[in-house]
Design a protein around this ligand. Sequence first.
Ligand code: AMP
Ligand code: ZN
Length: 112
Amino acid sequence: MSCIFCQIVDKRIPANFIYEDDAVVAFPDINPQAPHHYLVVPKVHYENLLAVPKDSDVFNRVYSAIDQVVNKAGIAETGFRVVVNTKDDGGQTVPHLHFHVLGGRFMTWPPG
Ligand code: AMP
Ligand code: ZN
């Protein structure tokens, strides 16, 4: 098992979890792009956004986790951005589904 996020989920690679439940973990990105930058990661290994079975409740679970992360981080009021880079053109570098949560500064548009 070489997936880096599976190893973080299994606590074989250290990360400072800001949130954890039975389905999801969240921890700071090692290369933050904003004052607040967290990765919200389903514990089950799905390669990307399109690999999730249609009957899965993982998006509900991720939504619930994001809600708690942004409140805990204090960025629920000022705002934040959620990004899911998907496959090569989407800029995905880790092939385990994850949601970037960025906040603490104004986010420009369009993204790079
Ligand atoms: P993506 O490029 O969208 O697949 O996002 C992968 C993210 O994982 C990048 O923003 C990396 O900085 C981040 N990352 C890689 N390894 C670690 C790690 N050990 N702990 C925290 N974040 C990581
Ligand atoms: Zn994985």
